[in-house]
Design a protein around this ligand. Structure first.
Ligand SMILES: [Zn+2]
Length: 465
């Protein structure tokens, strides 16, 4: 067998044949030529036989390593004139447009990025982390099914901090499929508005849409209206008025949207999906209880330092995790610390008991009626607690009682949402080194979203590669 034939089989790149192979000190270079005669625009797929010219030098892609060798694919590409995109270098069937890597290599990187940490990937594949970010973004864009936002019924919207403090990503979770389905940079109302805009893209108008005032009355309540030509005609509407199309679009399918207790997301949901029930994710309530406990602990610790009891203060500072972790997850040392705090009694122990009472309410298996009774009891306990952070917590819970109960009634499962949330947090931390938020979002979607990444050998076995 000739060397070039052997390498054609080895690299297994679609649409090319190997012309030449050469070894350099640190790499193998495989020169290939495209089988097809026609030139294809990499942006739109327009194809032509007419060549504009040939690029003066080879294009280079990194392919899967060959043993310890770094493998480079070289190809002399032609240029074409696309009626839409102008002068372009022709696309190749084995690599995404604009990439310096073959599709096989990108699949391997994307798959590993969802499984392994930064240093493992960098060292194993010899790529820098920002390159990983760009690859992850490309693979995510290519693999995301266009119907990924169809059939959403119960969703949750939540933010996760990214990079530095006060920099956030907002993510939308599909509770039924237990997947992250959407994300953007930023948080609050603007971020949720962006989600609804993508769910139901606003129609493009030649001229700005007139204000929808005044709303007319239909038999089942007020109906927002839009100028003729932009909406949906209704037989009962007078004067050529039409229904706002968004009312029957994808946002109209939403049954429930779960969120934290801030005002931003709720405002956006009331505007874009007024039929959806607003639920409060129980784990946000538990999170607030943990914060209240931490405030009490810190105040006590400062008090110890103030009165000069340095040793006790030092011991107490280490108690943070003993208090905040679930008791069943404590190690022996932490459990001993917790036992000491219990023996000492006082406000820190009382705060701990209140936090555990909050957590207990949302434990799996409780019926809605039980939870209603328990919340009632909890609220009076919090009000009488004489611990400022817990009195405040009680007020917040009272304000959002309906939303909290709605989450339990509709079966928005705390354990599952929390588990997904923890995975997302882990992935976002791994994505801290990426320059762009879009790459971080892509990694979240690849890991927890509606995308299945295959390894190169699986793609070839499936006949996709
Ligand atoms: Zn084109």
């Amino acid at each position: 067998m000739r060397v070039t034939t052997a390498f054609s089989r080895l690299v297994r790149l679609p649409g090319v044949w190997v012309r030449k192979v050469r070894f350099e000190p640190d790499r193998v270079i495989v020169e290939v030529a495209l089988r097809r005669r026609r030139l294809v625009c990499p942006k739109c797929g327009f194809s032509t036989r007419a060549r504009k010219d040939t690029r003066p030098e080879d294009s280079v892609w990194r392919h899967l390593d060959l043993g310890v060798w770094r493998l480079e694919v070289h190809c002399r590409r032609r240029r074409l004139w696309c009626p839409v995109h102008g002068a372009r270098t022709e696309g190749v069937p084995f690599a995404p447009p604009g990439s310096e890597f073959t599709r096989d290599f990108e699949c391997l990187v994307a798959w590993l990025a969802t499984k392994a940490d930064k240093s493992t990937i960098q060292r194993m594949l010899r790529v820098d982390w920002d390159t990983v970010g760009r690859i992850v973004k490309r693979v995510c864009d290519a693999e995301l099914d266009p119907g990924w936002l169809d059939d959403l019924f119960d969703v949750g919207v939540d933010e996760v901090s990214w990079k530095r403090q006060h920099k956030y990503l907002t993510l939308v979770v599909d509770h039924q499929r237990r997947q992250v389905v959407w994300g953007c940079e930023g948080s609050g109302q603007a971020a949720a508005d962006e989600f609804f805009d993508q769910l139901d893209p606003p129609p493009e108008h030649d001229e700005p849409r007139a204000a929808s005032e005044p709303a007319i009355m239909v038999p089942f309540g007020p109906c927002p209206t839009v100028p003729a030509g932009h909406g949906i005609p209704g037989a009962w509407l007078e004067g050529g008025l039409e229904l706002e199309p968004a009312l029957v679009a994808r946002a109209g399918l939403l049954r429930a949207v779960s969120m934290d207790m801030g005002p931003g997301y709720a405002k956006s949901v009331r505007e874009h999906a007024p039929q959806a029930i607003i639920c409060i994710d129980p784990y946000h309530v538990v999170q607030l209880a943990n914060q209240a406990l931490d405030e009490v602990r810190r105040a006590y610790w400062n008090e110890l330092r103030r009165v000069g009891n340095q040793q006790a203060a030092k011991r107490f500072k280490d108690s943070r995790w003993s208090l905040l972790k679930k008791p069943e997850k404590l190690n022996d040392e932490q459990a001993a610390t917790l036992a000491r705090i219990k023996a000492a009694g006082g406000e820190v122990w009382r705060a701990y008991e209140l936090k555990e009472a909050v957590r207990g309410i949302f434990q799996a298996g409780l019926l809605l009626e039980d939870v209603e009774v328990l919340i009632g009891r909890l609220l009076s306990r919090l009000a009488r607690s004489r611990l400022e952070p817990f009195v405040k917590l009680g007020k917040t819970i009272r304000k959002h009682r309906d939303g909290i109960l709605a989450a339990i009634r509709l079966g928005i499962n705390q354990g599952r949402t929390e588990a997904l949330n923890n995975t997302v947090r882990l992935i976002t931390r791994r994505a801290y080194g990426f320059h762009s938020a879009k790459a971080a979002l892509a990694l979240v979607l690849l890991t927890c979203g509606p995308i299945t990444i295959h390894l190169p050998h699986e793609l070839h076995a499936l006949g996709i590669g």
